[in-house]
Design a protein around this ligand. Structure first.
Ligand code: ADP
Ligand code: MG
Length: 691
């Protein structure tokens, strides 16, 4: 018997090119796809209800004889059919109908209908029910199993999907769709056999637990989710193994250089910084490529940790590349590193996309010539950038870069046969459930301590109607020597529009607050302009900085202690947390005002309340995940890898420990089952490591 994964949907009765096209839109190309296309929910059509027992809002199957069929010419023309059974009467009402339909409703004929009962003009009615004429000889029985409702698409009816699924089910056997979970794994985690699970999900018996099915927690569904999550884990493990098979330069620790660096810092490291730095130092000393993610809340001091890692490579005479997601942040790193490394006799080069002409040629030549420290934006990925002896790549604020980009940069250093070590730093705490799936290829360090002397930011949520008050507060704060951010947001996708919004707000504030030195910063400005404005703000020459979310990441001005965020309801929690992290860096008590546009949706209100209640990045990240789902939290670039067919990371999170364990068992035994599982669940091009 042919494997169902190889049988195209066109092999089914009644599937031509046009229908196949519609199925393709749902990602359904083979019979296996059809079987893994699970119902969204179910209807209970297994019992025929007597008409006399119906009540409004009930979903019911009824069967009866047509008494009459008439056209009603009311405000809206409708077709009204009276039915009766032994227990009472009921009407069907259609607002859309064909003449042929009208002709088929002959008095005396029997109909079986399914729909929601409502109270209408003629008493209880079913609006536009699904119905079928019942011929005289037909048995009385209703459906034998619960009726599945599938995710559908335009031009593809439920009835059609059910028919196709029925055909696929008829060909479903243990041979045509083999169970890829080895017996011991199935036993250990008490998983249903695949074929049984699929039959159950497509045709649940009348006594099935509908609630459990709808919630996706039924064992049949969990069985499939388990397998899909397992495939995902295996794919990450395989990537990891491929990486571990590569060689890297072992970089011995260099205590002297590090001691000199720390002495110049002006503060001592926090315990968390010391611990994480030691973890990194250990990795770097191995001849295997390090792949480490450092998670640390905003302001935890990740830059110093990055510098410590860099020094270990630099001391051994190798190059280090540090990449940041925005030019402003890269610029800031460049300043910090120059300040830290120059006294140690180490040069720092700079490369960004906007660097053109001679300056660019010079930077490329420096990099190819082996300048020790290279800092830049993703321009560092470009083909013409050639490193002389790159041994460590540091990526700041990882959530902005996808897995694929991470892999691309790794390949850059791999030219000489050696793979560079990689250090990834993120301020967006990644909820544990996600970290286990999206980042299973990384080791993780957590910077769970803020440098001393910080005061938590106090957050206020105010309606836009109180803008005048807020502006007065801004005036008073500036006059008492504080510095302030005023952040303008618009729809995230439109950088263009939010620049305009910032420009407008800037002119307004300049007019209202003539006594203040106000600056404007947005993404459309030239790099030199941006740098000049940032500098002026840092040096205290500007009191108020009106900006777009370009300041979201990494900007560090300790004296800024008030931030106004306009339209915070449009931003995700993680982003708000990032923005707010720009203040509260000095010893002065800091305040953040979330100036929203009423009315707020219920979710909007909940989100702003979370911001008011906590400054803990991990709590915020968990809430964000709950409210928005993993795709949103990780950013669009990564959703590709996190789109599951059956599994749901939030709902199925409790399965993850078992899934990981199973993956490890499978790999340990070199199970031949490994690749078929990947083949089945993970679409080509979405696999990690196949760039
Ligand atoms: P983030 O983790 O958000 O990248 P930064 O590296 O920008 O944080 O650090 C935030 C600020 O804290 C910087 O001004 C930095 O110099 C300072 N800082 C870092 N570590 C310490 C420390 N151990 N003690 C005092 N200040 C520190
Ligand atoms: Mg940072």
């Amino acid at each position: 018997m042919t494997a169902l994964s190889l049988v195209p949907v066109t092999a089914l009765k009644g599937v031509g090119e046009s229908l196949a096209g519609k199925l393709a839109r749902l990602g359904l190309g083979t019979l296996q796809d059809l079987l893994f296309h699970l119902p969204l929910r179910y209807q209970d059509r297994t019992r025929i209800s007597p008409m006399g027992s119906l009540y409004p809002a009930q979903d019911a199957v009824i069967e009866g004889q047509i008494l009459s069929c008439e056209l009603i010419q009311g405000r809206r023309r409708s077709l009204l059919i009276r039915l009766k059974d032994g227990s009472g009467t009921l009407s069907l009402r259609f607002y859309h109908f064909h003449p042929a339909q009208l002709a088929s409703f002959k008095p005396g004929a029997r109909l079986r209908c399914y729909g929601e009962v409502r109270t209408g003009a003629s008493g209880l009615e079913l609006y536009h029910p699904e119905y079928r004429l019942i011929s005289a000889g037909e048995p009385q029985a209703a459906e034998q199993s619960l009726t599945p409702i599938y995710p559908a698409t335009e031009g593809l009816t439920q009835q059609r999907l059910r028919q196709l699924n029925e055909q696929a089910l008829q060909r479903l056997t243990e041979q045509s769709l083999p169970d890829l979970l080895p017996e011991p794994v199935r036993k250990r985690y008490r998983l249903m056999p695949l074929v049984e699970a699929l039959r159950y999900l497509h045709r649940p018996p009348p006594d099935a637990d509908l609630e459990q099915l709808a919630a996706g927690t039924h064992p049949a569904r969990q069985r499939l989710a388990f397998e899909e999550l397992l495939a995902h884990q295996l794919s990450l493990h395989r990537l990891r193994q491929q990486l571990r098979a590569q060689q890297a330069t072992a970089l011995p620790p260099s205590p002297e250089l590090i001691e000199r660096f720390i002495r110049n810092l002006g503060f001592s490291l926090t315990c968390a910084q010391q611990r994480v730095a030691a973890e990194i130092a250990h990795d770097l000393a191995q001849p295997l490529p390090m792949l480490r993610l450092v998670q640390g809340d905003v302001g935890a001091g990740k830059t110093v940790v990055a510098a410590l890692a860099a020094l270990q490579a630099l001391a051994a005479g190798f190059q280090v590349a540090l990449m940041a997601p925005t030019e402003i942040l890269a610029e800031q790193h460049q300043q910090n590193f120059a300040r830290w490394l120059k006294p140690l006799g180490l040069e720092v080069a700079w490369l960004a996309g906007k660097l053109k002409g001679k300056a660019r040629q010079k930077a490329l030549a420096q990099i190819a010539g082996g300048v020790p420290m290279v800092i830049g934006t993703h321009a560092l990925f470009q083909d013409e950038v050639q490193f002389a002896r790159l041994a460590l790549v540091i990526i700041d604020e990882q959530h902005r870069f996808g897995v694929q980009q991470r892999l691309a940069l790794r390949e850059k250093g791999a030219i000489s046969g050696f793979c560079p070590h990689q250090l990834i730093m993120t301020a967006t705490p990644i909820p544990r459930t996600l970290a286990m799936s999206a980042y299973a290829d990384l080791d993780t360090s957590i910077l769970d301590e803020l440098p001393p002397g910080r005061t938590p930011v106090n957050t206020l949520v105010l309606a836009d109607s109180r803008r005048a008050e807020v502006i007065e507060r801004v005036r008073a704060a500036c006059l008492s020597g504080r510095q302030i951010y005023w952040v303008c947001t618009l729809i995230e996708q439109s950088e263009e529009l939010s620049c305009e919004a910032a420009e407008t707000r800037f002119s307004e504030l300049v007019a209202t607050l003539p006594e203040l030195a106000i600056g404007l910063l947005h993404g459309r400005m030239k790099s030199a302009e941006k740098a000049a404005i940032m500098d002026a703000f840092k040096q205290g020459k500007l009191q108020l900085l009106v900006a777009t979310t370009v300041i979201e990441v990494g900007v560090d001005v300790a004296n800024a202690s008030l931030m106004i965020i306009e339209n915070p309801e449009r931003l995700g929690l993680a982003q708000l947390h990032q923005l707010r992290g720009r203040i509260g860096r000095g010893s002065a008590a800091s305040h953040c005002v979330l100036l929203y546009q009423p009315p707020l949706s219920a979710q909007g209100r909940e989100r702003l309340a979370i911001m008011r209640e906590t400054t803990d990045g991990f709590v915020i990240a968990e809430k964000d995940l709950e409210l928005r789902g993993p795709g949103e939290v990780l950013g669009t670039r990564q959703t590709g890898q996190l789109q599951f067919t059956v599994a749901d990371l939030m709902r199925d999170a409790p399965l993850l420990p078992a899934v990981r364990e199973a993956a490890e068992t499978l790999l340990k035994n070199h199970s031949p089952h490994e690749s078929p599982v990947l083949e089945r669940w993970i679409k080509r091009g979405q696999r990690y490591g196949e760039v």
